[in-house]
Write a protein that binds this ligand. Sequence first.
Ligand code: KPL
Length: 302
Amino acid sequence: MKWHVLGVGSIGGLWASNLALAGQVVRLVLKDSETLREFDNSPLQLETEKGFDSPKLDATTVADLNGGIDCLLVTTKSFSTLEALRSVEQHFTDETKILLLQNGMGFQRLVVDRYPGQTVIGGITTDGAYRKSCFHVVQAGRGLTQFGALSQTSLQSIDQLRSCFKLLQLSVEWVADIHTPMWHKLAINACINALTAIHLCRNGGLLNDDKVVQQMYELAGETERVIQASGIALPASDLISQVTQVIKATSENYSSMYQDVVHGRKTEVEFINGFICEQGEMLGVETPLNRAMLDAVRAVGG
Ligand code: KPL
């Protein structure tokens, strides 16, 4: 299969490397010629527990992109999704498959609405990765990636994708319903990310302060009420147990929102706690705690 990867951060780099190492044709779509120069000087490198890999792939800028797109993997920040897609949409064909592998919720619906008739697939991942430099990606923890259809997707496309996923050194599965796991991942992020950005601590730091733990319990309860009102099945064990489990498993990590705030970057809070507030409003569920998270993260810059 031929892949274009839009948004080459840590997860984009991890996926581009794994696809290329599995023999797929991969092209990175970079935002400008300066980034392309950086790639030319030090091409993508993947560091895993087994050592270093230099996958064979090529790169272009949005402006120089040519030809049609077969599979487009979008790994930009959630708030950049539509703008990024607009920059390459003239290369879409009837066969283009758009795979959205990002944090947060809300933007997926905007993509489906803007590209009716196009195959749109949603994804979530618990893989851990970070970048040591622009194109030096380190695989930090092995998790699971799930994809599922957000719009009409042909059986042939699903089969093609499944066959491709089997070749990867990543755990990837196709699921019949992606909305439920997306909601569950979002709920976990809603209870961790903003708190770490406000209290400026590692994930594990959240468990060291009783007041913060109490806040997290209440946030989880409120988030569960919104999930329930949406008609989505709640996680098998209650949300707070899942949140605690993720915190313990990632206790040394700095959450993505913490990192965004510390580096003065825009955060994804609008598509995490903000999305829960919007859903709550639509469904008649009060969300003062998610609102407080949204306001507090906005206040610290994101
Ligand atoms: O997904 C994460 C993130 O940082 O965005 C968690 C689960 C909080 C791990 O750091």
